[in-house]
Design a protein around this ligand. Structure first.
Ligand code: NI
Length: 138
């Protein structure tokens, strides 16, 4: 980690109270760590807006008994080899599967892949969680 610098922050009492409530709810041990995370979060968003590289995870819940669906999922994943780093398949119960697809690349590609997978009949739920690759953040 790079050197730490201290600086003063002035806030209205009301806003500070709300901030303290917020960080308490998120289990931060101090205000500095909460503030650092807020700044990092904003930097990550800015990176996406610049069309930078993201890392993330797509999670899918789908019906295990639809065989044609599993073929389609595999075909699509072969078309997105550039974006997919790894895939993990979990048999949730007798009927349901959970697939976690780790992705790295442009936010547009990750979103397109997610939308394509989610649109397959039999996919019950799908989410994309985007994060930074960590390169521009300390
Ligand atoms: Ni399964």
């Amino acid at each position: 980690m790079s050197r730490l610098f201290r600086f003063g922050v002035s806030l209205e009492k009301d806003l500070l109270n709300k901030f303290d409530q917020l960080i308490k709810g998120k289990n931060y041990t101090n205000r500095s760590e909460a503030l650092r995370d807020l700044i990092r979060e904003d930097l990550v968003k800015k990176q996406w807006q610049k069309n930078g590289e993201i890392a993330g995870a797509i999670t899918l819940i789908y019906d295990h008994h639809r065989r044609e669906l599993i073929n389609k999922l595999t075909d699509i994943q072969h078309d997105f080899q550039k974006t997919i780093i790894s895939t993990q398949h979990i048999h949730l119960d007798h009927n349901n599967c959970l697939e976690i697809i780790a992705v790295k690349g442009s936010p547009q590609d990750a979103q397109e892949l997610t939308n394509t997978l989610k649109s397959i009949k039999g996919v019950k739920h799908g989410t994309l969680s985007m994060s930074s690759t960590g390169r521009d953040i300390d």
